[in-house]
Design a protein around this ligand. Structure first.
Ligand code: RNT
Ligand code: ZN
Length: 414
């Protein structure tokens, strides 16, 4: 324990905050790190072309992972620079096999190298069917396509993804979240939104019909406001999935980039939590649109973490990340973004929650404002440094050196 940490411990104790309890709580929070930051949402299907579906990584920084082995090596490095035990969020298009199954033919064995690696590394795994970057998704219509044949193709993909996720969860002894996001929507103003939404609803029903053990797999659905090429209408809107998840008792995924830019996603948590039990987050940073920038330790992130902690939602919220930036070191992006999420959680855990809630309940809004501002000066950094030291990961200048060294080692890849 450093002298700096000792002083920090005292400073927090003056507010009645136990830093050891905060560190223990932070230690127990697993972040689901998204595989797709490592290769610009490309995947390993041996096809070329962009991800499609209105999502896009921009940039051409050297070092993109070209194979599952390279991606795992990059992830090993990233996780070695992120304190704590976490999860990897895998997309179906990241299969690792010499076979070339179409999306409606994927099976568990196409993913076993990932599961073996996760088991060896002590990581949990989450999963996502991939409804984009495919000829049958070129119209930006999948589960809501007017053609029943196309819908059936995607329903089969979704069912297989659920089977695979459930098997992964069983193998690793930790429930695997299977998150469903479809790009479906219209560039220009549709005249029959209702028909499209009815088709999406029925397709989801068909896809989710086979029951799975919740100890192995948890279904989640992710809404969106709009995407590139899908400006006029997104079939799977927030209202659509809020209702769907509530009716079906499945998890709702809130992506921080999938709302109007001035909406606070943090504010939505407590409302959603009253009718939805399980929540999945896609922590992201939209800049003017759903741009998926690497998350910063900014007000949005701090507000989100504070809501999770103060509303008591940590035990039923899965925290996943969703950003992809190809203009910077991809491994650094993972490390910076994930650590920022953890730092935000730590700050929230270090706040004198009971005292703050008491002054608000007593209508003392002056004290609430004064205290929240004074609390910003507490020595959070010393507690974070202690966390990194205990977890044996670099911090500060040592972290920068570590990130640079690794990036230099992958620069020759392209
Ligand atoms: C797209 C959604 C979705 C994807 C991933 C790759 O806007 O946010 O979550 O980013 O499935
Ligand atoms: Zn997302």
């Amino acid at each position: 324990m450093t002298a700096t940490y000792d002083l920090a411990q005292e400073a927090f104790a003056e507010w009645g905050v136990n830093t050891e309890a905060a560190l223990a709580a932070l230690s127990g929070i697993a972040i689901s790190v998204h595989c797709w930051q490592g290769d610009d949402v490309g995947g390993f299907e041996r096809r070329s072309g962009s991800s499609g579906g209105g999502i896009q990584a921009t940039g051409n920084h050297p070092g993109r992972a070209r194979t599952p082995d390279e991606l795992r090596a990059d992830l090993d490095f990233a996780f070695a620079n992120i304190p704590g035990q976490h999860r990897l969020n895998l997309h179906a298009c990241y299969l690792d096999t010499s076979e070339t199954p179409d999306r409606d033919q994927i099976e568990y064995h196409h993913f076993t190298p990932w599961v073996d690696w996760a088991r060896d590394t002590g990581l949990g795994l989450d999963f996502n069917p991939t409804f984009f970057g495919h000829a049958k998704a070129d119209d930006n219509l999948t589960l809501s396509h007017p053609d029943a044949g196309i819908r059936d193709f995607w329903i089969e993909h979704g069912r297989r993804s659920r089977d695979i996720a459930a098997r992964i969860g069983t193998e690793l002894g930790s429930p695997c979240v299977n998150n469903i996001w479809v790009p479906d929507g219209y560039k220009d103003i549709p005249v029959d939104r209702m028909a499209a939404r009815q088709r999406l609803w029925s397709s989801l029903d068909a896809m989710l019909a086979p029951a799975h053990d919740p100890a192995s797999m948890l279904d989640a659905v992710e809404s969106k406001l709009f995407g590139i090429g899908v400006e006029a209408c997104t079939v799977g809107s927030h209202e659509f999935y809020l209702g769907y998840a509530a009716r079906k008792g499945i998890a709702l995924c809130l992506d921080m980039g999938h709302f109007h830019p001035t909406e606070s996603v943090a504010d939505k948590l407590s409302s959603v939590a009253l009718s939805i039990h399980d929540i999945l987050l896609h922590v992201s940073r939209p800049m003017r649109w759903d741009s998926d920038h690497v998350v910063l330790l900014n007000d949005d992130l701090l507000a989100m973490a504070q809501e999770l902690v103060f509303a008591g939602l940590l035990d039923r919220t899965r925290i996943g990340l969703d950003f992809f930036d190809a203009t910077i070191s991809r491994t650094a992006a993972w490390v910076i973004g994930t650590r920022n999420m953890q730092k935000a959680l730590l700050r929230a855990l270090l706040l004198p929650q009971a005292r703050l809630k008491a002054v608000e309940e007593g209508l003392d809004f002056t004290a609430r404002l004064l205290w929240t501002e004074e609390l910003k000066d507490l020595p959070f950094a010393a507690v974070w440094a202690e966390f990194c030291a205990r977890k044996d990961v670099p911090n500060g200048a040592a972290l920068i050196n570590s990130l640079n060294r690794y990036q230099n080692s992958v620069t020759s890849r392209d």
